[in-house]
Design a protein around this ligand. Structure first.
Ligand SMILES: *[C@@H]1O[C@H](CO)[C@@H](O)[C@H](O)[C@H]1NC(C)=O
Length: 273
């Protein structure tokens, strides 16, 4: 393989692996609401160099972590060491070319009650637990609300929604007697991925995978073929050591194929000279 085709191969392989990766934003703690002064860490996963965390707030757009006077950035991560209610907003990762990840909505509460709910959409059919927390460690008895309507009281502060459906989507909050209520957070439910009829994006992905496997597999086939040919060339050549080693094998092995027999008869013939 000459250097140019090797370069093309490397380029193609990196292109394929790039196109199948999608950057994701994750947050720690994994909750859409946090108390004031809590530490919040944001990470861009599967992101190459140059991706940064950005946010929109009601009065400020696309502010970059570490640059626009918020957060401390390290690579593609960002940390807010002591959060403030003013840090409430929509967060995402963005590449220098303008590609974006998923978004995460974070609400920082200056009050004494928060609702912990998933930051990412939950999958249809899964069970989801929402937790009502006060600044004290123990989960209290709490009332849960959906779209402003009281739906349940839970004595331990945990409300589990079994087999969530699209109809469970909405704005949730909780209320603790004599402590007050949490801010509202949206619960999103995404459709269960279908396995029977993959969407067009998946078949394109499949084509990429097949090409990818071929690109990886071909050099192995080629080098194996090359090694066999070199070996055969040497075997038919005039190297006496090869002939001496190979001759007993011809007698020992009975199940040799025709090609191999040809080689061996050539070797033996040569040996008899
Ligand atoms: C952030 O604000 C900009 C400008 O208003 C808007 O175009 C963009 O869609 C917003 N991004 C998110 C994730 O809300």
């Amino acid at each position: 393989m000459d250097p140019t085709s090797l370069q093309r191969l490397v380029f193609l392989t990196s292109l394929l692996s790039c196109s199948t990766n999608q950057a994701r934003l994750t947050v720690t703690p994994s909750s859409s609401q946090v108390f004031e002064d809590e530490r919040v860490s944001l990470r861009c996963e599967d992101a190459s160099d140059g991706w940064t965390v950005r946010r929109n707030r009601s009065y400020e757009n696309r502010a970059e972590c570490g640059v626009d006077k918020w957060g401390r950035s390290a690579g593609s991560s960002c940390t807010i060491s002591s959060s403030d209610p003013l840090d409430s907003g929509v967060y995402w990762c963005e590449s220098p070319e303008g590609s974006t990840s998923n978004t995460i909505t974070i609400t920082v509460s200056g009050g004494s009650v928060i609702l912990q709910s998933p930051v990412l959409p939950v999958i249809e059919g899964d069970d989801v637990t929402l937790t009502c927390r006060t600044k004290m460690a123990d989960p209290p008895s709490a009332d849960f609300y959906k779209d402003g309507v009281s739906i349940r009281n839970e004595s331990d502060g945990h409300m589990t929604l079994h087999h969530v459906a699209r109809s469970d989507e909405g704005l949730y909050k909780c209320r603790v007697q004599s402590k007050g209520e949490s801010p509202e957070s949206r619960l999103s439910v995404s459709e269960k991925p279908t396995t029977t009829s993959p969407p067009p994006a998946s078949s394109l992905h499949l084509v990429f995978r097949v090409i990818c496997h071929l690109v990886v597999f071909c050099p192995y086939c080629f080098s194996t073929f090359l090694m066999v040919s070199i070996y055969r060339e040497r075997a038919t050549g005039s190297d006496p050591s090869v002939s001496v080693v190979m001759t007993p094998l011809t007698h020992a092995e009975q199940g040799l194929d025709d090609d191999y027999d040809d080689v061996m008869s050539a070797v033996t013939t040569e040996h008899q000279f």
